[in-house]
Design a protein around this ligand. Structure first.
Ligand SMILES: Nc1ncnc2c1ncn2[C@@H]1O[C@H](COP(=O)(O)OP(=O)(O)OP(=O)(O)O)[C@@H](O)[C@H]1O
Ligand SMILES: [Mg+2]
Length: 358
């Protein structure tokens, strides 16, 4: 198990600052997920750990050794890319053994490692096939296997499941989690899929424009988002956000006034997750159903009311239809507030501690 310690990392391409300044400490055996929108620098960060791109400044230690300028092959990391990049003319067996042959390993030892990885990834029956004779999920397993055979202490995975359909994706996601439980190596996993991040991570790093916005457990990031960006990026459907102001412990926005235990603020954004919105008779706000989206065990209700559109996630099938009137309210204990700089503003009674800001 290896620790990955990044200090003051800077990456510039010409005038473009992709990563202005980044510190990150990945614990041995951790499943760390880098989450963020397209173009925020996730792959760039991963590639710099693998030694695949030039860095402009900073230091990267892997397993207690300074690897800032080490060759990729000397870093003790395995990498799985988004596109499987298998050799089409080689069998699964030879694809798996390829990195070991390149490293000059003896044949019997290669066979042993390949057999072990194939067993772990349920590829045993497919060893003599070529990539063209495999499904997408099977190909992706081979790509993961090729990173595993090197028995690297650190595995870097760049959106390894994004080419797969939803069902296969969920299946391989669970396999990866089991694999990690078995191997206990350090994994750094890039995704922009927040379900993947929530289900796999021991800790999530939420990135935005080359910077870290928050590092925390999935629960910390979801329940106590440190910034408006994190709140909006993590959670599906997206959190309801209302821009307004506060005077005399009252939040005010066009069409909405709501008690809020926080000091006066000329600008404040209030956030309510769809599953926290209260839809029930007797609630203070009046709305009209604009759209119903059944999800099987739950449904989404889009409500027009109090000056905007709200999304509510409710259990079971919908009891109301298009155009129906509903009463709704905001949950006193489950509100999020963000200042004009985007940072979380603690409400009275809220523990300030859980939000881990990078
Ligand atoms: N070689 C390069 N030269 C110039 N700019 C680059 C280079 N590589 C990446 N970039 C820029 O760096 C930024 C981050 O790219 P990166 O590939 O790390 O994003 P990402 O978070 O992995 O996005 P995605 O989710 O789309 O894969 C982008 O704006 C990209 O255009
Ligand atoms: Mg990328």
């Amino acid at each position: 198990m290896s620790r990955v310690h990044i200090q003051g990392l800077q990456i510039r391409y010409g005038d473009v600052e992709v990563i202005p300044q980044l510190d990150l400490d990945v614990q041995p055996g951790e499943f760390l997920v880098l989450l963020g929108p397209s173009g925020c620098g996730k792959s760039t960060l991963l590639h710099s750990i693998a030694g695949l791109n030039a860095i402009s400044g900073g230091r990267i230690d892997i397993g207690g050794q300074d690897m800032t300028h080490a060759e990729p092959s000397a870093r003790g990391v395995g990498m799985v890319f988004q596109s499987y990049a298998l050799y089409p003319h080689l069998s699964v067996r030879d694809n798996l053994g390829f990195p070991l042959r390149m490293a000059g390993m003896a044949r019997p030892q290669i066979a042993e490692r390949v057999a072990k990885a194939a067993a772990m990834l349920q590829l045993e029956a497919l060893l003599d096939r070529r990539p063209g004779q495999l499904s997408g999920g099977q190909r992706q397993r081979v790509a993961i296997g090729r990173a595993l055979v090197r028995e690297a202490q650190v595995l870097l995975l760049d959106e390894p499941l994004s080419n797969l359909d939803a069902k296969l994706r969920a299946e391989l996601r669970r396999e990866l989690k089991l694999l990690h439980a078995q191997l206990r190596n350090t994994m750094i996993y890039v995704t922009h899929d927040q379900v993947e991040a929530m289900t796999l991570a021991t800790r999530i790093v939420v990135m935005n424009q080359g910077r870290i916005e928050q590092i925390g457990t999935p629960a910390q990031v979801y329940d106590t988002p440190a910034t408006r960006h994190v709140a909006a990026f993590v959670g599906s459907p997206t959190i309801n956000l209302v821009d307004g102001s506060v005077r005399g412990e009252r939040f005010e926005a066009p069409g909405l006034a709501w008690p809020l235990a926080v000091g006066d603020a000329p600008a404040l954004t209030l956030g309510v997750r769809p599953e926290d919105l209260i839809v029930a008779p007797g609630q203070p706000l009046q709305g009209t159903v604009e759209l119903v989206e059944p999800l099987g065990s739950q449904h989404l209700l889009w409500i027009a009311g109090a000056g905007r559109r709200w999304c509510a996630l409710l259990p079971g099938p919908a009891q109301v239809g298009l155009g129906d009137g509903v009463r709704f309210g905001l949950p006193a204990q489950r509100l999020h507030a963000f200042g004009p700089d985007g940072r979380r503003v603690p409400l009275v009674g809220e523990h300030a501690a859980p939000a881990v800001l990078a």
